[in-house]
Design a protein. Structure first.
Length: 361
């Protein structure tokens, strides 16, 4: 919409009046448009974007690198609107489940973007809509993207930065790295923490001690756990800077789980989706402590909750495991337990080897 701005100055206060103006035809040649630049009325023209507004409030506005699109986010309900400047109109509107804290445009145009939400989640969007969602270990306040390394950086209230390797995350292919559209299979569950790491500003729990990964690898009674971690590609988790707390089932605990599921160890290790889901349920990042006195309800990296009461830990199904010993490490604490903890049945990602509800070691 073409308009002109009429200015009135009263006692030093400028008042602009917006009124309809003459429409310049799109087929007008550049030479004719250049001649119009000497026209005072034309020079005062502005063009308004249709529907450039939000029902309640707009939080953030960003322009795409190619300068052709505007992203705007707002709330009540949480949404993002993208405007096409060449058409001076809204291209699309999408709604999200939680308030958008920040976002980054990952491509030159509107086709790839990521949104940091107030529920500790990252939402990846493509041309066709929402593509992928993953949770971060702590509530984020700011989001940045490094195109050269394809890394996302999330900062929060704690003295730490959560980094995510988007190439490994399997969410999007970036023009600077892997040309093409969305070629990877769609994932149904987040892959944290194999693809997200926490870089802390504070010192490690006990720098002179081995890491949790080193402790587990040198403990024969935890060899099955180590094999499962390797099979699920979660080895890096046990070496995170920390603090992190890991509930480590013994070999006997895994044997009891295999017996209850009536499967072999080889079958279990081949079920990487099941392993990822179950193993993440044994890791505590948000709320982890270095002292070995973890207690009460704690949230796991899988998203489910555990309840720690003295020398026992109880999963979401009500099954309790005994804490045999708590071993301090440089990046947290290893709680050796005598039973495998199982996440809620509704959250299980296993298809070929489902975990029966109420199963325990």
């Amino acid at each position: 919409m073409a308009t002109t701005l009429k200015l009135q100055n009263s006692d030093g206060v400028k008042v602009y009046s917006v009124a309809g103006g003459k429409i310049i035809p799109s087929w007008l040649s550049e030479s004719k448009k250049n001649q119009l630049r000497k026209d005072e009325e034309y020079r005062k023209r502005i063009e308004l974007i249709q529907d450039f507004e939000f029902p309640s409030a707009c939080q953030r506005i960003k322009c795409s690198p190619d300068g052709q699109y505007i992203f705007a986010t707002g709330y009540h309900a949480p949404r993002v609107r993208v405007y096409d400047l060449s058409q001076l109109s809204m291209k699309f509107e999408r709604f999200l489940d939680s308030e958008i804290v920040d976002f980054q445009i990952l491509s030159d145009d509107y086709s790839k973007a990521v949104f940091l939400c107030a529920d500790r989640s990252l939402h990846f969007h493509a041309k066709f809509g929402a593509y992928y969602k993953v949770r971060v270990p702590r509530f984020g306040r700011d989001l940045a993207y490094s195109a050269s390394s394809a890394e996302l950086l999330v900062s929060g209230s704690a003295p730490e930065v959560t980094t995510g390797d988007v190439d490994r995350l399997g969410a999007l292919h970036f023009p600077d790295h892997l040309p093409g559209e969305l070629l990877l299979p769609r994932l149904t569950r987040p892959t944290f923490p194999c693809c997200l790491a926490v870089a802390r500003a504070e010192k490690a729990c006990a720098p002179d001690l081995p890491t949790i990964g080193e402790l587990a690898g040198s403990t024969p009674e935890l060899s099955t756990l180590v094999a499962a971690v390797k099979a699920a590609n979660l080895t890096d988790v046990l070496s995170l800077p920390g603090p992190i707390d890991v509930f480590a089932p013994t070999n006997d605990a895994f044997d009891a789980l295999l017996a209850s599921l009536n499967i072999s160890a080889e079958t279990l290790l081949a079920e990487t989706a099941l392993l990822t889901n179950v193993l993440q349920y044994h890791v505590v990042v948000d709320g982890a402590v270095c002292s070995g006195d973890l207690s009460g309800a704690v949230e796991t990296a899988q998203g489910g909750a555990l309840t720690v009461d003295g020398s026992t830990v109880t999963d979401a199904n009500g099954n309790a495991a005994n804490i045999l010993v708590a071993i301090n490490a440089s990046n947290g604490v290893v709680y050796v337990i005598d039973s495998v903890l199982l996440p809620p049945a509704a959250d299980s990602t296993a298809a070929s080897a489902p975990v029966p509800e109420g199963a325990s070691a």
